[in-house]
Write a protein that binds this ligand. Structure first.
Ligand SMILES: Cc1cc2nc3c(=O)[nH]c(=O)nc-3n(C[C@H](O)[C@H](O)[C@H](O)COP(=O)(O)OP(=O)(O)OC[C@H]3O[C@@H](n4cnc5c(N)ncnc54)[C@H](O)[C@@H]3O)c2cc1C
Length: 394
Protein backbone atom coordinates (compact mmCIF):
# COMPACT_ATOMS: atom_id res chain seq x y z
CA UNK A 1 0.00 0.00 0.00
CA UNK A 2 1.17 3.57 -0.66
CA UNK A 3 2.05 5.66 2.38
CA UNK A 4 -0.11 8.24 4.14
CA UNK A 5 1.95 11.21 5.31
CA UNK A 6 0.89 14.01 7.64
CA UNK A 7 3.16 17.06 7.73
CA UNK A 8 2.99 18.85 11.11
CA UNK A 9 1.99 17.70 14.60
CA UNK A 10 -0.13 20.66 15.76
CA UNK A 11 -3.83 20.13 16.41
CA UNK A 12 -4.65 19.85 12.68
CA UNK A 13 -2.02 17.23 11.89
CA UNK A 14 -2.33 15.27 15.14
CA UNK A 15 -6.13 14.96 14.94
CA UNK A 16 -6.08 13.86 11.30
CA UNK A 17 -3.33 11.31 12.01
CA UNK A 18 -5.27 9.88 14.94
CA UNK A 19 -8.54 9.59 13.01
CA UNK A 20 -6.83 7.90 10.03
CA UNK A 21 -4.97 5.51 12.33
CA UNK A 22 -7.95 4.65 14.49
CA UNK A 23 -11.02 4.82 12.27
CA UNK A 24 -9.47 3.66 9.03
CA UNK A 25 -6.90 1.34 10.60
CA UNK A 26 -4.17 2.77 8.34
CA UNK A 27 -0.49 3.42 9.10
CA UNK A 28 0.38 7.11 9.20
CA UNK A 29 3.76 8.81 9.21
CA UNK A 30 3.71 12.20 10.97
CA UNK A 31 6.64 14.36 9.95
CA UNK A 32 7.50 17.30 12.22
CA UNK A 33 10.13 19.94 11.56
CA UNK A 34 10.62 20.92 15.21
CA UNK A 35 12.19 18.81 17.93
CA UNK A 36 8.82 18.38 19.64
CA UNK A 37 5.17 17.61 18.91
CA UNK A 38 2.17 19.92 19.46
CA UNK A 39 3.06 22.85 17.20
CA UNK A 40 2.46 26.15 18.93
CA UNK A 41 0.61 24.43 21.78
CA UNK A 42 3.82 22.88 23.13
CA UNK A 43 4.50 23.37 26.84
CA UNK A 44 7.19 22.10 29.21
CA UNK A 45 8.13 22.32 32.88
CA UNK A 46 11.07 24.74 33.25
CA UNK A 47 13.97 24.62 35.72
CA UNK A 48 11.82 26.35 38.36
CA UNK A 49 9.08 23.70 38.21
CA UNK A 50 6.74 26.00 36.25
CA UNK A 51 4.71 24.74 33.28
CA UNK A 52 5.55 27.23 30.53
CA UNK A 53 3.88 27.41 27.10
CA UNK A 54 6.85 27.98 24.82
CA UNK A 55 4.90 29.78 22.06
CA UNK A 56 2.63 31.98 24.18
CA UNK A 57 -0.41 31.36 26.38
CA UNK A 58 -3.29 29.20 25.08
CA UNK A 59 -6.70 28.68 26.67
CA UNK A 60 -9.39 26.29 25.49
CA UNK A 61 -12.68 28.12 25.06
CA UNK A 62 -15.72 27.13 23.06
CA UNK A 63 -19.50 27.04 22.98
CA UNK A 64 -19.34 23.59 21.41
CA UNK A 65 -19.10 20.95 24.12
CA UNK A 66 -18.27 18.28 21.50
CA UNK A 67 -14.79 19.85 21.26
CA UNK A 68 -14.24 19.42 25.01
CA UNK A 69 -15.63 15.88 24.91
CA UNK A 70 -13.21 15.01 22.12
CA UNK A 71 -10.23 16.38 24.08
CA UNK A 72 -11.28 14.67 27.30
CA UNK A 73 -10.42 11.36 25.64
CA UNK A 74 -6.78 12.43 25.66
CA UNK A 75 -6.35 14.65 28.72
CA UNK A 76 -7.79 15.52 32.08
CA UNK A 77 -9.15 19.07 31.82
CA UNK A 78 -9.94 21.55 34.57
CA UNK A 79 -12.24 24.59 34.26
CA UNK A 80 -10.22 27.75 33.84
CA UNK A 81 -11.43 31.22 32.78
CA UNK A 82 -8.40 33.43 32.21
CA UNK A 83 -8.26 36.88 33.86
CA UNK A 84 -6.59 39.89 32.23
CA UNK A 85 -5.81 43.48 33.11
CA UNK A 86 -4.74 46.25 30.76
CA UNK A 87 -2.16 48.82 31.86
CA UNK A 88 -3.42 52.18 30.59
CA UNK A 89 -2.25 55.67 31.64
CA UNK A 90 -0.25 54.23 34.53
CA UNK A 91 -2.95 52.01 36.08
CA UNK A 92 -4.53 48.62 35.66
CA UNK A 93 -8.05 48.39 34.20
CA UNK A 94 -10.20 45.34 33.52
CA UNK A 95 -9.86 43.53 30.20
CA UNK A 96 -12.26 42.84 28.50
CA UNK A 97 -13.25 46.49 28.67
CA UNK A 98 -16.54 46.34 30.54
CA UNK A 99 -18.75 48.53 32.73
CA UNK A 100 -16.10 48.47 35.47
CA UNK A 101 -13.58 49.89 32.96
CA UNK A 102 -15.97 52.72 32.03
CA UNK A 103 -15.98 53.78 35.68
CA UNK A 104 -12.19 53.37 35.94
CA UNK A 105 -11.46 55.41 32.81
CA UNK A 106 -13.96 58.28 33.04
CA UNK A 107 -14.91 58.23 36.75
CA UNK A 108 -18.22 57.04 38.29
CA UNK A 109 -20.07 60.38 37.95
CA UNK A 110 -19.61 60.69 34.19
CA UNK A 111 -20.02 56.91 33.85
CA UNK A 112 -23.60 56.94 35.20
CA UNK A 113 -25.12 58.53 32.08
CA UNK A 114 -22.94 56.59 29.65
CA UNK A 115 -23.72 53.24 31.26
CA UNK A 116 -27.47 53.93 30.93
CA UNK A 117 -26.97 54.78 27.25
CA UNK A 118 -24.88 51.65 26.64
CA UNK A 119 -27.53 49.48 28.32
CA UNK A 120 -30.25 50.96 26.11
CA UNK A 121 -28.27 50.90 22.87
CA UNK A 122 -27.02 47.33 23.21
CA UNK A 123 -29.83 45.67 25.19
CA UNK A 124 -29.57 41.88 24.97
CA UNK A 125 -26.00 42.01 23.64
CA UNK A 126 -23.31 40.30 25.68
CA UNK A 127 -20.24 41.72 23.88
CA UNK A 128 -19.98 44.53 21.34
CA UNK A 129 -16.98 45.18 19.03
CA UNK A 130 -15.20 48.47 19.79
CA UNK A 131 -15.69 49.54 16.18
CA UNK A 132 -19.47 49.47 16.74
CA UNK A 133 -19.04 51.95 19.59
CA UNK A 134 -16.87 54.15 17.37
CA UNK A 135 -19.57 54.12 14.66
CA UNK A 136 -22.50 54.71 17.05
CA UNK A 137 -24.95 57.57 16.46
CA UNK A 138 -24.81 58.74 20.09
CA UNK A 139 -22.02 61.25 20.76
CA UNK A 140 -21.15 59.97 24.27
CA UNK A 141 -20.96 56.32 23.16
CA UNK A 142 -18.93 57.32 20.13
CA UNK A 143 -16.50 59.39 22.20
CA UNK A 144 -16.00 56.55 24.66
CA UNK A 145 -15.40 54.13 21.76
CA UNK A 146 -12.83 56.55 20.35
CA UNK A 147 -11.14 56.85 23.75
CA UNK A 148 -10.76 53.05 23.96
CA UNK A 149 -9.70 52.86 20.36
CA UNK A 150 -6.97 55.47 20.67
CA UNK A 151 -5.68 54.58 24.16
CA UNK A 152 -5.73 50.82 23.82
CA UNK A 153 -6.64 49.53 20.43
CA UNK A 154 -4.71 51.45 17.80
CA UNK A 155 -1.35 51.10 19.56
CA UNK A 156 -1.87 47.45 20.51
CA UNK A 157 -3.01 46.45 17.03
CA UNK A 158 -0.19 48.30 15.30
CA UNK A 159 2.41 46.59 17.51
CA UNK A 160 0.76 43.18 17.24
CA UNK A 161 0.24 43.24 13.48
CA UNK A 162 2.76 45.81 12.25
CA UNK A 163 -0.17 47.52 10.49
CA UNK A 164 -2.70 50.26 11.17
CA UNK A 165 -6.16 48.97 12.21
CA UNK A 166 -7.61 50.20 8.88
CA UNK A 167 -5.35 47.77 6.99
CA UNK A 168 -6.25 44.64 8.89
CA UNK A 169 -9.11 42.15 8.48
CA UNK A 170 -12.19 43.16 10.50
CA UNK A 171 -12.54 39.69 12.04
CA UNK A 172 -9.19 40.21 13.78
CA UNK A 173 -10.22 43.65 15.03
CA UNK A 174 -13.43 42.26 16.52
CA UNK A 175 -11.59 39.70 18.61
CA UNK A 176 -11.53 41.77 21.81
CA UNK A 177 -14.99 43.32 22.11
CA UNK A 178 -16.38 45.30 25.05
CA UNK A 179 -18.45 43.36 27.61
CA UNK A 180 -21.89 44.94 28.14
CA UNK A 181 -21.99 44.45 31.90
CA UNK A 182 -19.55 43.47 34.63
CA UNK A 183 -18.43 40.12 33.15
CA UNK A 184 -14.68 40.05 33.93
CA UNK A 185 -13.91 36.83 32.03
CA UNK A 186 -11.63 37.66 29.14
CA UNK A 187 -13.50 35.21 26.91
CA UNK A 188 -17.28 34.82 27.01
CA UNK A 189 -17.47 31.23 25.82
CA UNK A 190 -19.49 28.66 27.80
CA UNK A 191 -16.75 26.06 28.20
CA UNK A 192 -13.30 27.21 29.28
CA UNK A 193 -10.60 24.74 30.27
CA UNK A 194 -6.91 23.92 30.52
CA UNK A 195 -5.29 20.47 30.58
CA UNK A 196 -4.20 19.46 34.11
CA UNK A 197 -0.87 18.07 32.89
CA UNK A 198 -0.40 20.53 30.03
CA UNK A 199 -0.91 20.49 26.27
CA UNK A 200 2.17 18.42 25.41
CA UNK A 201 0.81 15.50 27.43
CA UNK A 202 -2.49 15.84 25.56
CA UNK A 203 -0.62 15.62 22.24
CA UNK A 204 1.44 12.64 23.41
CA UNK A 205 -1.81 10.79 24.11
CA UNK A 206 -3.41 11.93 20.85
CA UNK A 207 -0.47 10.59 18.84
CA UNK A 208 -0.04 7.45 20.93
CA UNK A 209 -1.48 4.81 18.57
CA UNK A 210 0.20 1.71 17.13
CA UNK A 211 -0.56 2.89 13.58
CA UNK A 212 1.15 6.28 14.08
CA UNK A 213 4.87 6.91 13.66
CA UNK A 214 6.22 10.38 14.46
CA UNK A 215 9.46 11.63 12.95
CA UNK A 216 10.78 14.79 14.64
CA UNK A 217 13.46 17.19 13.33
CA UNK A 218 12.34 16.46 9.77
CA UNK A 219 11.57 19.22 7.32
CA UNK A 220 9.06 17.65 4.94
CA UNK A 221 9.99 20.15 2.23
CA UNK A 222 13.34 18.39 1.89
CA UNK A 223 11.54 15.11 1.13
CA UNK A 224 8.41 15.96 -0.81
CA UNK A 225 7.96 16.76 -4.44
CA UNK A 226 4.92 17.94 -6.39
CA UNK A 227 5.00 16.46 -9.87
CA UNK A 228 2.70 14.87 -12.47
CA UNK A 229 -0.42 16.01 -10.60
CA UNK A 230 0.63 14.20 -7.40
CA UNK A 231 2.58 14.68 -4.18
CA UNK A 232 5.60 12.36 -3.76
CA UNK A 233 7.67 11.65 -0.67
CA UNK A 234 11.27 10.43 -0.78
CA UNK A 235 10.83 9.69 -4.47
CA UNK A 236 7.86 7.38 -3.85
CA UNK A 237 4.29 8.01 -4.84
CA UNK A 238 2.10 8.43 -1.70
CA UNK A 239 -1.59 7.70 -1.34
CA UNK A 240 -2.27 10.94 0.44
CA UNK A 241 -0.20 13.80 1.84
CA UNK A 242 -1.78 16.09 4.39
CA UNK A 243 0.17 19.31 4.77
CA UNK A 244 -0.40 21.66 7.76
CA UNK A 245 2.62 23.98 7.33
CA UNK A 246 2.70 27.38 5.56
CA UNK A 247 1.17 27.03 2.07
CA UNK A 248 3.58 29.53 0.46
CA UNK A 249 6.61 27.49 1.60
CA UNK A 250 5.12 24.40 -0.05
CA UNK A 251 5.40 26.15 -3.42
CA UNK A 252 8.80 27.74 -2.81
CA UNK A 253 7.16 31.16 -2.33
CA UNK A 254 6.58 31.48 -6.10
CA UNK A 255 3.83 34.10 -5.63
CA UNK A 256 5.78 35.91 -2.93
CA UNK A 257 5.99 35.13 0.80
CA UNK A 258 2.69 35.25 2.72
CA UNK A 259 3.02 37.53 5.76
CA UNK A 260 2.89 36.10 9.27
CA UNK A 261 3.60 37.73 12.60
CA UNK A 262 6.03 36.10 14.95
CA UNK A 263 6.91 36.69 18.59
CA UNK A 264 10.13 37.23 20.47
CA UNK A 265 9.21 35.96 23.93
CA UNK A 266 11.50 37.18 26.72
CA UNK A 267 11.45 35.65 30.19
CA UNK A 268 12.14 37.23 33.56
CA UNK A 269 12.41 35.18 36.73
CA UNK A 270 11.92 36.43 40.27
CA UNK A 271 12.41 34.51 43.46
CA UNK A 272 8.91 35.20 44.78
CA UNK A 273 5.58 33.41 44.30
CA UNK A 274 3.80 36.25 42.50
CA UNK A 275 4.96 39.03 40.15
CA UNK A 276 2.00 40.40 38.16
CA UNK A 277 -1.37 41.52 39.62
CA UNK A 278 -3.14 38.90 37.48
CA UNK A 279 -2.47 36.04 35.05
CA UNK A 280 -1.97 38.18 31.93
CA UNK A 281 -1.34 41.92 31.64
CA UNK A 282 -1.82 43.73 28.33
CA UNK A 283 0.36 46.80 27.65
CA UNK A 284 -1.17 48.78 24.77
CA UNK A 285 0.97 51.88 25.43
CA UNK A 286 4.34 50.23 26.16
CA UNK A 287 7.16 50.44 23.62
CA UNK A 288 7.63 47.22 21.60
CA UNK A 289 5.86 44.68 23.80
CA UNK A 290 2.16 43.78 23.97
CA UNK A 291 1.53 41.51 26.94
CA UNK A 292 3.04 39.51 29.78
CA UNK A 293 1.94 36.15 31.13
CA UNK A 294 2.74 34.74 34.56
CA UNK A 295 2.57 30.97 33.99
CA UNK A 296 2.61 29.98 37.65
CA UNK A 297 -0.80 31.64 37.98
CA UNK A 298 -2.36 29.36 35.36
CA UNK A 299 -1.00 26.05 36.65
CA UNK A 300 -3.41 23.43 37.99
CA UNK A 301 -0.97 22.60 40.77
CA UNK A 302 1.90 25.01 41.48
CA UNK A 303 3.08 23.29 44.68
CA UNK A 304 6.35 22.22 42.98
CA UNK A 305 7.10 25.73 41.65
CA UNK A 306 9.99 27.82 42.96
CA UNK A 307 9.66 31.56 42.39
CA UNK A 308 7.78 32.80 39.35
CA UNK A 309 8.45 33.59 35.73
CA UNK A 310 6.90 36.21 33.43
CA UNK A 311 6.96 35.83 29.64
CA UNK A 312 6.69 39.09 27.71
CA UNK A 313 5.78 39.13 24.00
CA UNK A 314 7.52 41.38 21.49
CA UNK A 315 5.77 40.96 18.11
CA UNK A 316 7.80 41.09 14.91
CA UNK A 317 7.51 40.05 11.27
CA UNK A 318 8.09 36.36 10.53
CA UNK A 319 11.31 35.62 8.68
CA UNK A 320 12.16 31.92 8.24
CA UNK A 321 15.88 32.75 8.00
CA UNK A 322 16.14 35.13 10.99
CA UNK A 323 17.58 34.09 14.32
CA UNK A 324 14.61 35.60 16.19
CA UNK A 325 11.11 35.55 14.66
CA UNK A 326 11.52 32.39 12.60
CA UNK A 327 8.29 30.76 13.82
CA UNK A 328 5.07 31.72 12.00
CA UNK A 329 2.41 32.57 14.60
CA UNK A 330 -0.42 34.64 13.15
CA UNK A 331 -1.32 34.87 9.42
CA UNK A 332 -1.63 38.58 8.56
CA UNK A 333 -4.88 38.59 6.60
CA UNK A 334 -5.21 41.63 4.32
CA UNK A 335 -6.63 42.06 0.82
CA UNK A 336 -3.19 41.62 -0.75
CA UNK A 337 -2.27 38.52 1.26
CA UNK A 338 -5.68 36.95 0.59
CA UNK A 339 -5.16 37.43 -3.15
CA UNK A 340 -1.70 35.80 -2.97
CA UNK A 341 -3.12 32.95 -0.87
CA UNK A 342 -5.77 32.29 -3.53
CA UNK A 343 -3.00 31.84 -6.11
CA UNK A 344 -1.29 29.26 -3.90
CA UNK A 345 -4.61 27.51 -3.36
CA UNK A 346 -5.17 27.34 -7.13
CA UNK A 347 -1.73 25.76 -7.42
CA UNK A 348 -2.50 23.20 -4.66
CA UNK A 349 -5.68 22.09 -6.44
CA UNK A 350 -3.59 20.64 -9.25
CA UNK A 351 -2.47 17.79 -7.01
CA UNK A 352 -5.06 15.07 -6.37
CA UNK A 353 -3.50 13.46 -3.31
CA UNK A 354 -2.51 16.72 -1.59
CA UNK A 355 -4.67 17.93 1.32
CA UNK A 356 -4.19 21.26 3.09
CA UNK A 357 -5.50 21.70 6.60
CA UNK A 358 -4.86 24.15 9.45
CA UNK A 359 -3.98 27.68 10.33
CA UNK A 360 -0.86 27.93 8.17
CA UNK A 361 -1.90 25.77 5.23
CA UNK A 362 -5.25 27.56 4.91
CA UNK A 363 -3.88 30.96 5.93
CA UNK A 364 -6.67 31.54 8.47
CA UNK A 365 -6.72 32.73 12.04
CA UNK A 366 -8.12 29.56 13.66
CA UNK A 367 -8.71 29.42 17.39
CA UNK A 368 -8.14 25.96 18.83
CA UNK A 369 -11.83 25.09 19.05
CA UNK A 370 -12.42 26.01 15.40
CA UNK A 371 -9.20 24.29 14.41
CA UNK A 372 -10.34 21.08 16.17
CA UNK A 373 -13.87 21.22 14.69
CA UNK A 374 -12.38 21.86 11.28
CA UNK A 375 -9.86 19.00 11.47
CA UNK A 376 -12.62 16.58 12.55
CA UNK A 377 -14.83 17.68 9.64
CA UNK A 378 -11.88 17.68 7.24
CA UNK A 379 -11.17 14.06 8.14
CA UNK A 380 -14.42 13.15 6.35
CA UNK A 381 -12.93 14.51 3.05
CA UNK A 382 -9.76 12.50 3.55
CA UNK A 383 -11.77 9.41 4.46
CA UNK A 384 -13.97 9.72 1.35
CA UNK A 385 -10.85 10.07 -0.81
CA UNK A 386 -9.14 7.03 0.74
CA UNK A 387 -12.30 4.90 0.56
CA UNK A 388 -12.76 5.78 -3.12
CA UNK A 389 -9.13 4.85 -3.81
CA UNK A 390 -9.67 1.54 -2.06
CA UNK A 391 -12.78 0.74 -4.13
CA UNK A 392 -10.94 1.60 -7.34
CA UNK A 393 -8.00 -0.64 -6.34
CA UNK A 394 -10.35 -3.55 -5.58
C1 LIG B 1 0.48 33.15 20.62
C2 LIG B 1 -0.78 32.41 20.28
C3 LIG B 1 -1.75 32.27 21.24
C4 LIG B 1 -2.92 31.57 20.95
N1 LIG B 1 -3.85 31.44 21.94
C5 LIG B 1 -4.97 30.76 21.69
C6 LIG B 1 -5.93 30.60 22.73
O1 LIG B 1 -5.77 31.07 23.86
N2 LIG B 1 -7.07 29.91 22.44
C7 LIG B 1 -7.28 29.36 21.20
O2 LIG B 1 -8.33 28.73 21.00
N3 LIG B 1 -6.37 29.46 20.22
C8 LIG B 1 -5.22 30.13 20.43
N4 LIG B 1 -4.27 30.24 19.44
C9 LIG B 1 -4.49 29.53 18.16
C10 LIG B 1 -3.91 28.08 18.18
O3 LIG B 1 -2.54 28.12 18.47
C11 LIG B 1 -4.15 27.42 16.81
O4 LIG B 1 -5.52 27.28 16.58
C12 LIG B 1 -3.51 26.04 16.67
O5 LIG B 1 -2.22 25.99 17.18
C13 LIG B 1 -3.47 25.67 15.19
O6 LIG B 1 -2.94 24.38 15.01
P1 LIG B 1 -2.39 23.92 13.59
O7 LIG B 1 -2.12 22.47 13.70
O8 LIG B 1 -3.30 24.36 12.51
O9 LIG B 1 -1.02 24.74 13.40
P2 LIG B 1 0.35 24.64 14.18
O10 LIG B 1 0.13 24.43 15.64
O11 LIG B 1 1.16 25.82 13.77
O12 LIG B 1 1.02 23.31 13.59
C14 LIG B 1 1.71 23.25 12.36
C15 LIG B 1 2.87 22.29 12.54
O13 LIG B 1 3.48 22.03 11.27
C16 LIG B 1 4.87 21.98 11.45
N5 LIG B 1 5.50 22.26 10.15
C17 LIG B 1 5.43 23.38 9.41
N6 LIG B 1 6.14 23.26 8.29
C18 LIG B 1 6.69 22.01 8.31
C19 LIG B 1 7.55 21.30 7.42
N7 LIG B 1 8.01 21.84 6.29
N8 LIG B 1 7.92 20.03 7.75
C20 LIG B 1 7.47 19.47 8.90
N9 LIG B 1 6.67 20.11 9.78
C21 LIG B 1 6.28 21.36 9.49
C22 LIG B 1 5.13 23.07 12.49
O14 LIG B 1 6.41 22.91 13.08
C23 LIG B 1 3.97 22.84 13.44
O15 LIG B 1 4.28 21.91 14.44
C24 LIG B 1 -3.12 30.98 19.67
C25 LIG B 1 -2.15 31.15 18.69
C26 LIG B 1 -0.98 31.85 18.98
C27 LIG B 1 0.04 32.01 17.89
Amino acid sequence: MEKIIVVGSGFSGAILARKIAEELGRQVLVVEKRDHIGGNMYDEVDEHGILVQKYGPHFLNTNNYAVIKFLKQYAELFPFAVQLLSFIDGRYVRLPFNFETVQQLIGPEKAEGLLAKLRAAFAGRDRVPILELVDNGDKDIREYGELLFEKAYRTYVSKQWGLQPEEIDKYVLDRVPMAMGYDGRYLNKDFQYLPVHGFTKLFENLLDHPNITVELNTDALEHLKLEDGKAWYDGESVECLIYTGPIDELFGGKYGPLPYRSLDIRYTYEDKPSILPTQIVSYPQAPGYTRSTEYRKIMYDDSGARGSVVATEYPLAYDPHAEVGNTPYYPVVTEASTAAYQKYLGEARKYDNLFLCGRLAEFKYYNMDICIEHALAYFENVKAYLMKNKEETI
